[in-house]
Design a protein around this ligand. Structure first.
Ligand code: FAD
Length: 403
């Protein structure tokens, strides 16, 4: 089915209505469709927006294994690049961890998230899957009953209603699923007090490793995306407006924090995307509320410090697809409870490592005091241990690539 045929399809009912066509929603849709489960995806954005929205890029080994297992990784292996090195630059010198040779010996595959989304979308459409673009879910109703419904606003601005057996909320942190949660849902939130200015530059990577620069002026990061595109992060003050700093100043600041005088200047290029990200984590518990199920960023938001968000989204979609198939096709009434428990255990593991990375990469927020000296000394000791201890390096590698 093509994108436009999909938009014209009239039937507003499905066994599983999936909100959101990000990595979580599209993987779930592919897997359910293959199981013969009647599903439909409702997505607020246009197909073009989905295919071009640059976000994550580092896929964990387990993410690739999941996509391999379902035969959804052809392009990823053709165009993605294996990546197994990261470098820390600090006041006490720099060092590299070739994590591909540490821990479980796993590597990342660098493959832009928008390309993964495009692959999943193409495979779903080719298989005849149903999706409605430019259709915003407004609210999920009657999730505690056997026939939940979703009110939507379509491309022409008119509102409509979908009904389902289950609604899978894969529509991110600000989506309708989260807005529709019952008061019994528990939200666990942590604001890490740190913000990053995320930049996407039309410039080749400046080194063959991910770089984490810990500097008195704040953190800076370098992450390859493609041979021509590189992502940079600059820690910035809370409330910074992404569009304000002139390009030249951003490159100068990146050079300073990445210590260009010691390592050579960065490859500069046009900055094509800027966004400020406040580093926050939040987890909803449980992930099942009657007929409403959560996956991906809708279930848990994780700061980009450890590059886990898209990987968690894929993992949860895989678990949820299996649970829904067990429930709908095989009548296993406990499968969805198990999904919630299993996914939450993985989410908290990832949150723990992400939290560790945040404390490693940043000075304590706020004005300097006795506590900040203590934090800084712990941070230096942690870096020294990571530099010298093979056991610490193995632990780091296992958590850094693992999920
Ligand atoms: P999304 O990708 O956000 O998809 C949700 C979809 O729902 C969207 O298409 C949206 O348009 C749609 N939607 C929203 N509301 C509605 C509605 N009401 N009705 C219908 N549709 C709706 N993660 C990593 O693993 N590695 C990284 O290197 C990494 N880098 C990142 C860099 C940046 C700058 C950012 C912002 C994030 C990064 N992440 C990274 C996180 C990662 O991008 C997310 O965790 C991932 O996109 C989550 O996937 P998802 O499918 O749950 O949600």
């Amino acid at each position: 089915m093509t994108e436009s045929q999909n938009t014209r399809t009239a039937r507003n009912t499905a066994d599983v209505v999936i909100l959101g066509a990000g990595p979580a929603g599209l993987l779930l849709a592919n897997l359910l469709h293959r199981e013969g489960i009647d599903c439909a995806v409702l997505e607020r954005a246009t197909p073009l927006h989905l295919r071009t929205r640059a976000r994550a890029g580092f896929l964990a080994a387990n993410t690739v294994r999941i996509l391999d297992r379902h035969g959804l990784s052809g392009n990823l292996h053709r165009h993605g690049r294996l990546h197994g090195s990261c470098e820390f630059r600090t006041d006490d010198g720099h060092f590299r961890l070739d994590y591909a040779g540490l821990g479980r010996g796993e590597q990342h595959t660098v493959y832009p998230q928008q390309d993964l989304v495009a692959d999943l979308l193409d495979q779903y459409l080719e298989a005849g899957g149903r999706i409605r673009f430019e259709t915003e879910a407004l609210e999920v109703h009657d999730a505690d009953g056997p026939r939940p419904a979703v009110t939507v606003r379509g491309p022409d601005g008119a509102t409509g209603r979908w009904s389902a057996r289950y609604v899978a909320g894969c529509d991110g942190r600000h989506g309708a699923a989260r807005r529709s949660l019952p008061s019994t849902a528990r939200h666990h939130r942590r604001d890490h007090g740190v913000s990053w200015l995320g930049l996407l530059a039309e410039a080749p990577p400046s080194l063959d490793a991910t770089a984490y620069a810990l500097h008195g002026r704040g953190f800076a990061g370098h992450m390859a995306r493609t041979p021509r595109i590189t992502r940079y992060y600059l820690q910035c003050a809370r409330g910074t407006r992404a569009g304000e700093p002139p390009e030249e100043r951003l490159w100068d600041e990146l050079d300073t924090r990445m210590r260009a005088t010691d390592h050579g200047p960065l490859h500069r290029g046009r900055i094509v995307q800027r966004a400020v990200v406040d580093l926050e984590s939040d987890v909803v518990e449980p992930l099942r509320h009657g007929s409403l199920l959560l996956a991906g960023d809708a279930a848990a938001l994780i700061s980009p410090a450890a590059a886990k968000g898209a990987n968690l989204a894929v993992l949860q979609a895989d678990l949820l697809a299996r649970a829904l198939a067990d429930d709908l096709a095989r009548g296993d009434g406990r499968a969805l409870e198990r999904y919630s428990a299993e996914a939450l255990a993985r989410i908290w593991r990832a949150q723990e490592f992400s939290h560790w990375m945040i404390r490693l990469l940043h000075a304590r927020p706020g004005p300097p005091d006795g506590e900040s000296f203590f934090h800084e000394s712990i941070r230096r000791a942690r870096i020294a241990s990571l530099r010298a201890s093979r056991t610490h390096q193995d632990w780091f590698a296992e958590n850094y690539v693992g999920i």
